[in-house]
Each structure stands twice: as C-alpha cells, then as structure tokens.
Design a binder for this molecule. Structure first.
Ligand code: PLP
Length: 439
C-alpha cells in the first residue's frame, strides 16, 4: 500500500535506491543503464563527486535565504558563469526550480516587457505543432502536443501554432533542405500577418525538438530566417533549451549550432543534472533595461527562485561542462553513438529515421520504411519498447507523438556524457533486444 500518487495510477514502479555513473539500481539489485538520463536530465551520470561535494558544502553553510531579502554567492556565481558562455546579447539570469517554471517565466517576462515598452496590445504567442514546453498552464498553452493538452484545453490561452521544422515528414521530394527550411520558417510570417504582427508578443520554439518528436534539429538556415522574421515585426524570439541545452547537443547551448541568439532562453534539466531541481530564464540586456527603466519590478516569482543549494549544484555542473570538458565529450561520444545506432539499426525495417545531435538522438519507429507509415496507435508501440527495454535493463524515453494528424512513435536517447564506448555497445545491444521483443 502506497500513498504516493504515481504517474501511472494503476501500478507502482520499482524502487530506485542507488545511482552510480551511468547506472541506476533498484531494491532488488537490478541494474539499469540510464540511456535517457531519465528525461535528458542526468548529463553527468549519477555519482559525480564534485557536484555532490558542492551541494554538501553549500547546505552546511547556507541552506536558504529568500530572494525577497537576499541574493547569495552561488546565485551570483552561477549567473556570471552562464552569461560568460551564453549566446550573444543575453545578459541576465532569472533562476527557477525546473523547466516549466523557466518557460512560464519566459512567457510572463516577454508579456511584461511589451507592457513596459508601451505595447500592451501584444497579447499572443506563436509556437509550433508537435512541440513541448512544459506542463503548467501557460507552458502547456504554447506547447503543441495535442495529446498532453486535450483535456486542459478550456483552461489554456489561445496560441497560434505553425508547422515544426521536421524534414523527415515535411520535406517534399523535389525540395532542397534549405528550401524546405525557408518554407516552414515563412509560415511564421504568414501567421503574423494573419493575426496582426502588432498583437504578437513572441515566437517560442525548441532548437532541437525533444519530448514530442525525438531529437529533431532544424535544417540549416531555418532559425536564421525565423530570427529575421521576428526582428522585422518587433516580435521576441524565445528558445526553449530545457531539454536540448547544457551541452546535450555537443555545444553548451543548442542554438549556437544554428547561428542565432534569442531574446530569451530557457534551460533546466541538465543545469542541475539531477543533483538539484533548478532551471533558469536568460534574457537580453534590452529586456532587463525595459524593466529597470519602466516599472522597476517583474510581477512574477516563486518561493524557491535562486535557491542557494540548487545554484551551487548548477555552478558545479556548468564548471564540469565547460572547464571540465564534458561538453566536448558530449560532442565526441555523440558522434560514436550516432555511428553505432546507424550500424545497428540503419537498415532495420521499422526504423524510419535516426537523427539528433551530440548525446541527444532519436529513432522514429514506423510500420513501413518506404511509405513512412506510422504504427497503428492502438498497438502502443512506444509503451511496448519502453517496457521491453526496461526489462532488459535499459532506460530509454519512447514517446508516441502526433505526426500532423497521424500518430508517430519514437525513442529518445539522452545518455550521460560520461558514457564509455563499452556502454554505447551495451545500450545498442539492449535497445536491439527491446526492438526484437516489441516491434
Ligand atoms: N521545455 C521543454 C523543451 C521540455 O522538454 C520540458 C520537459 O520535458 C519542459 C519544458 C518542462 O520541464 P519540466 O518537466 O522540468 O517542468
């Protein structure tokens, strides 16, 4: 008998009792290779001594000091380190406790910015179908995952959704990748003109789509075009790197590889690497200045913003990622993982696409490779893969997305950057066992 309200209200998951490197152990002693970092969280694995020491030292000296009264050394240090590595123009960091809070903060910051600069008629966000930005009501409203939103729709603000940049499904036969990217980016301008650009606050997108599509990066040139369109209409660009940021794609921030800098950027997951719950919303100096020269007060906040212990963990994590070489390792091991996946599953009859960047890889599962027909949703393929992998001792993140009206299944891999070549082999072997059992 348990009093915990689990995700699945009909069953209790095994009890995790220990983490060590790339592995989690349950109370029966079973070992699981963490092939997805939970949900792209555990970028440094489960027993990093430096992060553990940073948390222990901080909690022993200052546990908590409310930001209504104080700042703290860990918050100052982490903000400085993040900004030192952030895309051009980003200058301030607002700390929160996770990804949904970071997105919620971004949306409210963007809206209040419009009010501060005397454009209160900007009330609408534009985002993309098949995206995920979090589960709180604001974040859910801009998200484009139909399944996650359905029953809460009456509570959600009206948002425009345009097509994702998803070449595997969207690129036409006679179209180059670049032309495809421009075409789907131009949907933003079409929608802006339809609703009236002066009514739009911001466009929000994930540089590499995670939970809903399975590690889908944009094609070259797409985000540059998006940036131009936003600038032309005075619309802010929010990039959501909650899943794909913090070195996951082989650069500290995923948008570095697209050659664009947003006005607002959200991070979480890998920032605390699982050692503490922490997220952050980074914004440009221009946005902060509008607050400072305007009302002087951001009408938003949570009790645990800038929590010293969470910031101390984040500081240790970012130090490892940058000076400790872990981002470079993500790039290097990510290439090896990609090669291994292609060698093992490149000709698999039910793997339609293998994609991603760095240690962020996705496989799209299809009924038929040639026609790209998805599996019948009634077969619950993604759930079967997850269960079979778990049985084999592998944690992976399969999702059933929606392929523009159709159902599509994919597996997301986001292992710790410390993964060794032998462990890549183990991951491939166990994933193969799961595919044999489930497909
Ligand atoms: N944004 C993106 C891109 C995500 O992938 C997620 C979670 O998967 C979120 C926001 C929400 O983060 P959290 O689950 O920490 O609230």
């Amino acid at each position: 008998m348990t009093h915990v309200f689990y995700r699945n209200s009909r069953s209790t998951p095994p009890k995790a009792i220990r983490g060590d490197g790339a592995y989690i152990y349950d109370d029966t002693g079973k070992q699981y290779l963490d092939g997805s970092g939970g949900a792209a969280v555990s970028c440094l694995g489960h027993s990093d001594p430096d992060v553990i020491a940073a948390v222990q030292t901080q909690v022993a000296s200052l546990d908590f000091a409310h930001t209504g009264f104080f700042t703290s050394e860990p918050a100052e240090a982490l903000a400085e380190r993040l900004i030192a590595h952030a895309p051009e123009g980003l200058d301030k960091v607002y700390f929160v406790s996770g990804g949904s809070e970071a997105v919620e903060t971004a949306l409210k910051m963007a809206r209040q910015y419009c009010v501060e600069i005397g454009e209160p008629q900007r009330t609408r966000f534009i985002s993309r179908r098949q995206s995920y930005h979090g589960n709180t009501l604001g974040a859910l409203a801009v998200g484009g995952n139909v399944w996650r939103k359905a029953q809460f729709a009456p509570l959600l603000a009206e948002t425009s959704h345009i097509a994702p940049c998803y070449a595997y499904r969207g690129q036409e036969e006679d179209e180059s990748l670049e032309a495809y990217g421009q075409r789907v980016a131009d949907e933003l301008e079409t929608e802006l003109l339809r609703v009236g650009p002066e009514t739009v606050i911001a466009f929000i997108a994930e540089p590499v789509v995670g939970a809903t599509l399975g590690a889908v990066p944009a094609v070259p040139g797409y985000f540059k075009r998006i940036r131009e369109i936003c600038d032309r209409h005075g619309v802010l660009l929010i990039l959501d790197e909650v899943m794909c940021g913090m070195g996951r794609t082989g650069t500290l921030f995923a948008c570095e590889q697209d050659g664009v800098a947003p006005d607002i950027l959200t991070i979480a997951k890998g920032l605390g690497a699982g050692y503490q719950p922490i997220g952050a919303t980074l914004c440009s100096a221009r946005i902060h200045a509008a607050f400072a020269q305007g009302s002087g007060f951001f009408q938003h906040g949570h009790t645990y913003i800038g929590h010293p212990v969470a910031c101390a963990a984040g500081h240790a994590v970012v130090t490892k990622l940058t000076e400790g070489g872990m981002v470079a390792r993500a790039a290097q091991m990510g290439e090896k993982l990609d090669i291994a996946l292609r060698d093992a599953f490149g000709n698999h009859p039910h793997i339609g696409d293998i994609r991603g960047r760095g240690m962020f890889r996705g496989l799209e599962l299809v009924e038929d490779r040639t026609s790209k027909a998805p599996f019948d949703p009634a077969r619950g393929i993604n759930k079967r893969v997850k269960a079979a992998a778990f049985e084999a001792g592998l944690i992976c993140y399969p999702m059933g997305g929606t392929v523009d009206g159709q159902r599509g299944d994919h597996v997301l891999l986001a292992p710790p950057f410390i993964l060794t070549e032998d462990q890549i082999g183990e991951l491939i072997e166990k994933l193969g066992i799961a595919f044999d059992a489930a497909l």
